[in-house]
Design a protein around this ligand. Structure first.
Ligand code: SF4
Length: 451
């Protein structure tokens, strides 16, 4: 175990008046929820007088907000840290890898000035003051309870037409392939007032689309008698906001109340992201996921909200998965016709229950199964996109690249994971413009601005 000083005694704390401004570089790894933490830590450090620099070369210390969701993510985080260490960079290690491995990382990386766990994100500036004086700090606690409340200092890495708002932290489920609850702790919501105020401030800054994220957004409010439906209705009243999206719904928490809120709130996009992970009951039981009729689920949502687009995600290659289970998934894709689908290859991650399961599926079989499902989905996606040719759709212009090429998204597309629209004509980033669709591919559309 490292000899790093854990946390300051009172007397030392009070002697920290003279700050040592530093140039801070950063590397963000992992999911949108982790991105919000990265941006908040940068904001707290900037507020405390440090300079956030774009390139690591000019940085005194590099904050690496790590991911540890699956083996591959852990390897990537360690590779990034090792790469920076080789360049002689001082490191501040935060995020899920820091929460999971804690003091071991101080031993593994002598270049690390501090390892900061989930619960200590709000103390990042105080920790930086200590490391600036040459101390090595281990600031980690088991079972984090931290909930982001003040998002006002957040320093957005990219603030364009859209941005993420983290509405909750942690998760109470025990999916057998997932270690997030062991790193992020039990489920806890941000206060509704705080989220609404946060969204209002962002809309004032020109954000037209907010994307609500959490490990499980549909549990929002269960810890204070609120609900995601109620939050959506409150956000729908924010004048300057034009689009409200939420990601990561938990299947059996997609209530009629929630579907009514989506349907009745004009700013809430008619889009539902609900990772199902698999469809075969045997696999769902082994995954410790709710067993349900997914085709009926898709039908119910579409009946409640005509025209809604459904996104889901599957994990293939879970221990014990057979060809019969894959046929079941293929049949569900043909019948449910999800509009957007992500298929992920299962991989063991230490401390996850699934790692202890037998009947592991060989990697090449997993790869073949994923490709087969994505090929099937590509047909579905293409057929659905072809139906949009000739229609005029509201498209949010996200960016105009160096060649003047405009790209945007319909209400049915989340950034970074779904389709894009290549747009011709006159428009500005952040504008929602009517675009007549002239061509379609499986995963993108083309069209021109209708004046
Ligand atoms: S719902 Fe399951 S997969 Fe998602 S964060 Fe919670 S335990 Fe992990």
């Amino acid at each position: 175990m490292s000899d790093a000083q854990v946390f300051p005694d009172e007397e030392t704390e009070n002697n920290l008046e003279n700050k040592i401004p530093r140039k801070i570089g950063f590397v963000h790894l992992g999911c949108p929820k982790n991105l919000v933490d990265t941006e908040n830590m940068l904001g707290l450090l900037e507020k405390d007088g440090h300079e956030i620099v774009a390139s690591e070369d000019e940085a005194d210390v590099v904050l690496v907000n790590t991911c540890s969701f699956i083996e591959k993510a852990q390897e990537e985080s360690v590779q990034v840290l090792a790469g920076l260490a080789e360049q002689g960079k001082k490191l501040m290690i935060t995020g899920c890898l820091a929460q999971k491995f804690q003091g071991e990382l101080l031993d593994l990386f002598p270049e690390a000035e501090a390892v900061v766990g989930i619960n200590d994100v709000p103390d990042i500036a105080r920790i930086m003051r200590r490391t600036a004086k040459g101390e090595r700090v281990l600031a980690t606690q088991q079972d984090p309870t931290y909930v982001l409340e003040d998002d006002s200092v957040r320093r957005h890495v990219t603030l364009g037409a859209w941005t993420y708002i983290k509405i909750a932290e942690g998760c109470d489920y025990k999916c057998s392939f997932c270690i997030i609850p062991s790193m992020r702790g039990r489920f806890r919501s941000r206060s509704e007032e705080n989220v609404v105020e946060n969204a209002r401030e962002l809309a004032e800054k020109g954000v037209v689309e907010v994307i609500l994220v959490g490990q499980d957004t549909t549990s929002y409010g269960k810890d204070f008698g609120g609900s995601l439906a109620s939050l959506l209705r409150k956000l729908n009243k924010i004048e300057k906001l034009e689009r409200i999206r939420f990601m990561y719904a938990y299947p059996n928490l997609v209530s009629d109340e929630l579907l009514e809120a989506i349907n009745e709130c004009e700013k809430v996009v008619k889009y539902l992201d609900c990772p199902l992970q698999h469809t075969h009951p045997e696999m769902l039981k082994r995954m410790r996921r709710p067993v349900m009729d997914h085709v009926a689920f898709a039908r119910r949502v579409r009946e409640k909200i005509p025209g809604i687009k459904l996104r889901t995600a599957f994990i293939v290659g879970f221990p014990g998965e057979t060809e019969e289970h894959i046929e079941h998934l293929k049949q569900a894709i043909r019948e449910a016709r999800w509009d957007r689908l992500g298929v992920f290859e299962y991989s063991d991650v230490d401390t996850a229950h699934s790692q202890t399961l037998d009947q592991k599926v060989p990697v090449e079989v997993i790869r073949r199964r994923r490709e087969a499902l994505m090929a099937l989905q590509q047909e579905v996606a293409y057929e659905e996109n072809l139906k949009l040719i000739g229609q005029t759709l509201p498209v949010l212009i996200d960016e105009i690249n160096a060649y003047g090429q405009m790209t945007g998204r319909t209400q049915w597309d989340a950034p970074e994971v779904d389709n894009t629209v290549l747009v011709k004509g006159e428009a500005l980033p952040g504008e929602i413009v009517p675009v007549e669709i002239t061509a379609a591919g499986p995963y993108d559309l083309k069209g021109f601005v209708v004046s």
